[in-house]
Design a protein around this ligand. Sequence first.
Ligand code: ZN
Length: 223
Amino acid sequence: MTAELGNRSSGLSRLGLPSKIIAVGLNYRSHARELDMAIPEEPILFLKPPSAVIGPDEAIVLPAGVGRVDYEAELAVVIGKTARNVTPEAAAEYIAGYTCANDVTARDLQQRDGQWTRSKSFDTFCPLGPEVAPEAPEPEALVELLLNGEVRQSAPVSDMIFPPLELVSFISGVMTLEPEDVIITGTPPGVGPLAAGDSVTVRIGGVGELINSVEAAPNEADW
Ligand code: ZN
């Protein structure tokens, strides 16, 4: 596992390994409509462990026996300096930049467990990168997922219920955010399953393109 996920040749910053990844559930109006769920009044938070992080071009490994595993294209906010109880107006100062994330989820386990820790936390279930873009994406920028080159998710950043500055403020009122911590901001409609052999791309206008392969976990006999 490397702590440096980005591309050295680029002028953009590389990602370090976050001390925590804070994720937001149900943060696109169109996704809430798709699921026939009410628009949340406050952000719904959960955590993913740093041990789940992989970089661009690494493989997402499908664990044996867990059933369906889904992609979720998400805009990631990378924290730049320690943030505690910051207002939305001040939040931009605490953001180093933006990158792409895939909130890989073992959907059957999520439903079976009734909470999200196990389903969101397998090794390789948090691809991030490739680089940190310093500027926030434009409101009309699309957050997209391509599976084997076909677009499966596509929604503008402006469809978010709680935009990045509000999320940084809200989360910093709960826990201290440290430099390199990552907030993943929820997924648009159209989540779907991954299979071994797939190539999965998260593409965000003005931010970048994160490509990962998908493979099955080796059988125990192969270890
Ligand atoms: Zn998600």
